[in-house]
Design a protein around this ligand. Structure first.
Ligand code: BGC
Length: 460
């Protein structure tokens, strides 16, 4: 009996410790909503897109293959068998889209270069495609819009996939060659470069959840891929810095941060699920950038021990993508140890996320320990009815501003996304755009909720 009592006391002491040290921050919005924003003079505003999601005719990459692929049961990989196809035809409509940036009043645009178009075959670079990107960059500059170029945003050329892509560390050389080539071409006009977009999303979705290509479900491989993407980041950083214009360019990684909060705050196994998930999703990259170390040992799942002191601090800025947090609930099911739950009073977005601006504030405070300026490289809401977008924008920007007022060095904010686009496994159903796109006519229309963004920009 005495052991039982001690056991209970011990259990609840741990729970109390966890509750105090890892609070799930919640603000009283009745008090916060009326507070004023105050931005530093040089703070900048932008919007973001990625090539495969907006350009159209990306027919030579891993996602094109994936969109035309079926799983073992014969189900399509993308919701309702949708295809990216012509997407927003941004390829041809970029001038019109730049006018939308002007209408919003933003000064920055984050876009990605489609590697599979630029280098359709190993070591063969397509001059026509390069000319196109050069024209896009010139058009942005002519309109006083500063480009942030992402070098890798989820897509690989098919040839790179066929040799094992980022599953093999030696393949990183090919990615470096591509980066060197485009940097040499454009670094006289572009000074801001994002190396890899969300290593954790690419690896977890593609190699653990199996819902992104190549659809594998293997935790160890997922971790190795993430490690290789982090190594790629450092190697790209070193390479670009060594080239002309390198020293004057800002080169940074882009990482998605998501908090994992326990569904039942009294349940140790929910805490454990959160802890393990956080290690793989967040801690791995942060520890790599901060200490040059990746050490994960989750028995039967992941064993990784990598160290490279040379990686420490190698990023000129920390690109933070933030959407929401999730609540994990442990279950005794060997195929699925935990599920996501959603507190019933929280406002849901069309993606399985709740509106949780406090999370952006938490994320900013967490990543400031890297010691680099922070740029919010993505933040946005899927909201087809457009009845929550205004609120989302107002509150998330408020949360970011609160961190800035507390002294954190956040330099800019990119809303995801400029317009509705191909939302990966969800196809076109998720409406993240400040502009609504009619995919039949390619007409764009400013959403009502986006006016909150315009107002904030005007007043800042
Ligand atoms: C990705 C975007 C995506 C967005 C919304 C981010 O993880 O970088 O490509 O569209 O989330 O889900």
């Amino acid at each position: 009996m005495i052991f039982f009592i001690y056991g209970v006391i011990f259990y609840f002491s741990i729970i109390v410790f966890l509750k105090i040290n890892y609070p799930e921050l919640r603000w009283n919005w009745n008090l916060e909503d009326d507070k004023k924003l105050n931005f530093p003079k040089n703070f900048f505003w932008g919007t973001a897109t990625a090539s495969h999601q907006v350009e159209g005719n990306c027919t030579n990459n891993n996602w094109y293959k994936w969109e035309n692929n079926f799983d073992d049961e014969g189900s399509p990989r993308i919701k309702d068998n949708q295809k990216s196809g012509l997407a927003c035809d941004h390829w041809n409509k970029y001038e019109e889209d730049i006018l939308m940036l002007k209408e919003l009043g933003v000064s920055h645009y984050r876009l990605s270069l489609e590697w599979s178009k630029i280098e359709p075959k190993k070591n063969k670079f397509d001059e026509i495609i390069l000319k196109h990107y050069s024209k896009v960059i010139d058009a942005l500059l002519k309109n006083n819009i500063t480009p942030y170029i992402t070098l890798h945003h989820f897509t690989n050329p098919i040839w790179f996939d066929e040799i094992g892509s980022f599953e093999k560390e030696k393949n990183i050389d090919y990615f470096i060659d591509f980066c060197e080539f485009v940097f040499n071409r454009f670094s006289n006009k572009v000074s801001n470069w994002c190396t890899i977009n969300e290593p954790e999303v690419y690896s977890v979705m593609g190699y653990f959840a199996g819902v992104f290509p190549p659809g594998k479900k293997d935790a160890q491989v997922a971790a190795e891929v993430q490690k290789n993407l982090l190594i790629s980041h450092t190697r790209v950083y070193d390479k670009l810095k060594s080239l002309s214009n390198g020293k004057d360019s800002k080169i940074g990684i882009v990482k998605n941060v998501m908090q994992f909060d326990p569904s039942r705050r009294w349940h140790l196994l929910d805490w454990l699920a959160c802890r393990i998930t956080d290690i793989v999703y967040n801690k791995m990259s942060l520890s790599y950038l901060k200490y040059g170390k990746i050490k994960i040992n989750i028995p039967f799942f992941i064993n990784l021990d990598y160290s490279n002191k040379d990686a420490i601090g190698k990023t000129d800025f920390f690109g933070l993508n933030y959407y929401s947090h999730v609540h994990l609930k442990f279950q005794f099911d060997k195929h699925e140890f935990f599920i996501n739950t959603y507190p019933k009073n929280d406002i849901m977005t069309d993606m399985p996320y709740t509106i949780y601006p406090e999370g952006l504030y938490r994320a900013i405070h967490r990543v400031k320990s890297i010691g680099k300026p922070i740029i919010i490289t993505e933040n946005g809401i899927a909201d087809s009815k457009d009845d929550k977008r205004g609120l989302f924008i107002k509150r998330y920007i408020y949360a970011m501003n609160k961190a800035i007022q507390e002294g954190v060095d956040v330099r800019g904010y990119f809303y995801w996304s400029l317009m509705d686009n191909f939302e990966w496994a969800e196809g076109y159903d998720m409406k993240f755009g400040l502009y609504e796109v009619d995919f039949k006519t390619q007409e764009r229309k400013l959403r009502q909720g986006s006016k909150e963004f315009i107002n904030i920009i005007n007043e800042s």
